[in-house]
Design a protein around this ligand. Structure first.
Ligand code: MG
Length: 375
C-alpha cells in the first residue's frame, strides 16, 4: 500500500468508538471495523436481499452482497490512486447497505409509508442503526461499536430533523460540511458499481436490449470500440468487455478529477477537507454521461413493467406484514415482542427491515395462507 496522503484519515487520529476499547493488536482500528462488519449477521443477510431483481429470480443477478463487494473493490482502487485509507474505505463500502429492507427500493418505500406516523424509515439511517444498536453479538455492548469515521461514512445523507438526534455524527448535516474523503469516495464508488452492474443485469434479464442501450453515449462509445477491435466476439463477452471498459473509464476519470481538485486546495490535514466543497467528483463531461445513463436505467429498467409488478407485490407483502404485527404484536417472534413493549412500530420496522426477500415471502405465507394454519 502506498504511504497515506496528509489529507487521508488515519486510525491513530480517530474520533473513537462509542464504548472505549483496548487498541487492537496486529491490525488497525479500521481493519477491526471491517472484520466486525464481515462477521455480522446483517452482512450475511445481504446475500438474500434484492438489488434490482428479487433474489431468487436467477443465480447470476447481483444481490446486495455482491453489490457491496463490487463497491468495495471499486472504492479500494480509487483510494489507492488517491493515497486514501483503503481499510476505512473497505469498511464503509461493505457496511453501506446493511440497513436495506427486503425487495430493494420498493421495500424501503413501503416500510417508510407504514412508519410515516412513527418517525419514518430511511435505509441509510437503518444501516447506522444496525451497526450501532441492532447487532447483538458482543458481550459488553449492543451493535458493533465501530469508529466514528466508519459510522460517518455509512450515514451518507440525513434529514436535519434526524441529524439533530445524532450528536457529533449529525453535526456535518447541520453545518453543511463534508465527510472524510474516504466517505465521499464510497458514494461515488456506489454509483459506479450500480450503474454498471444494472446495465449488465438488465441486459442479462432481457428487460433492456443492446440496441436500446446504444442511445447512451458512454455505452455506445465503448461498445463500438470493442466491436471494432474484436469484430466476431460473442454477445456475452461483448457486454462484459464494454462494461469493464466503462468502469475503467469512470474510475480513471474520478481519480484524475479528484486529484486535480485536491491539488488546487492542497489540504494539509483531513480536517481542511471537511470545510471545503466536495472533492471526490467526476469531470463535468463524465458526470453528464453518467446522468444520461442513470436516466436511461430509470426509464427502461427500474420502471419496466415487470419490475413494477414485482415492486407492487413486494410493497403489499411489507405493508401486510407491518399491519398484521401492529394489530397483534403477539404474532412477532418472542425477542421482538419484548422490544415491542418499549416501542411497537420501531420493533416491527426493525424486524421487517432485517428480513431477507425469501424470509419475508415465507413469513407472509405463514401469516396469511389459510392452508398453513399451523405455522
Ligand atoms: Mg449501494
Amino acid at each position: 500500500m502506498p504511504e497515506l496522503a496528509v489529507y487521508a484519515t488515519c486510525p491513530e487520529h480517530s474520533r473513537g468508538r462509542r464504548y472505549q476499547e483496548a487498541v487492537p493488536q496486529g491490525r488497525s482500528e479500521f481493519q477491526r471495523d471491517r472484520d466486525r462488519i464481515i462477521h455480522s449477521t446483517a452482512f450475511r443477510r445481504l446475500e438474500y436481499k434484492t438489488q434490482v431483481f428479487v433474489n431468487h429470480e436467477g443465480d447470476l443477478f447481483r444481490t446486495r452482497l455482491t453489490h457491496s463487494l463490487e463497491v468495495a473493490q471499486i472504492a479500494r482502487s480509487i483510494a489507492r490512486g488517491l493515497r486514501l485509507n483503503e481499510d476505512l474505505v473497505e469498511a464503509i463500502a461493505l457496511a453501506h447497505d446493511l440497513g436495506h429492507t427486503p425487495f430493494g427500493h420498493a421495500g424501503q418505500d413501503a416500510l417508510n409509508s407504514c412508519m410515516k406516523d412513527y418517525g419514518g424509515f430511511e435505509h441509510n439511517l437503518q444501516s447506522l442503526r444496525v451497526v450501532d444498536v441492532l447487532e447483538e453479538r458482543y458481550a459488553a455492548f449492543d451493535g458493533l461499536n465501530l469508529c466514528f469515521e466508519t459510522r460517518e461514512g455509512i450515514l451518507k445523507h440525513c434529514s436535519r430533523k434526524n441529524a439533530k438526534t445524532l450528536g457529533k455524527l449529525g453535526e456535518r448535516f447541520l453545518n453543511k460540511q463534508q465527510p472524510s474523503l474516504e466517505a465521499q469516495l464510497c458514494n461515488v464508488a456506489d454509483e459506479i458499481a450500480y450503474n454498471n452492474h444494472d446495465v449488465d443485469d438488465g441486459l442479462r434479464s432481457g428487460l433492456i436490449s443492446l440496441q436500446q442501450l446504444s442511445e447512451v453515449g458512454i455505452f455506445r462509445r465503448h461498445l463500438q470500440a470493442v466491436k471494432k477491435q474484436h469484430p466476431s466476439v460473442v454477445e456475452r463477452r461483448l457486454i462484459h468487455e464494454t462494461v469493464r471498459r466503462m468502469i475503467n473509464t469512470l474510475v480513471s476519470d474520478v481519480t484524475r478529477q479528484s486529484l486535480q481538485k485536491i491539488r488546487q486546495l492542497s489540504p494539509k490535514n483531513p480536517d481542511e477537507v471537511r470545510v471545503a466543497e466536495q472533492l471526490i467528483a467526476f469531470s463535468p463531461k463524465i458526470r453528464e454521461e453518467q446522468q444520461q445513463l442513470k436516466q436511461f436505467l430509470r426509464q427502461h429498467l427500474y420502471q419496466h413493467y415487470r419490475v413494477t409488478r414485482m415492486s407492487v407485490k413486494s410493497k403489499r407483502i411489507i405493508s401486510d406484514l407491518f399491519h398484521a404485527f401492529m394489530e397483534d404484536a403477539r404474532l412477532l417472534p418472542l425477542q421482538f415482542q419484548e422490544k415491542a413493549h418499549r416501542d411497537k412500530p420501531r420493533a416491527i420496522s426493525d424486524y421487517i427491515a432485517g428480513m431477507t426477500d425469501r424470509y419475508a415471502i415465507r413469513e407472509h405465507r405463514r401469516l396469511f395462507a389459510v392452508e398453513e394454519l399451523w405455522s
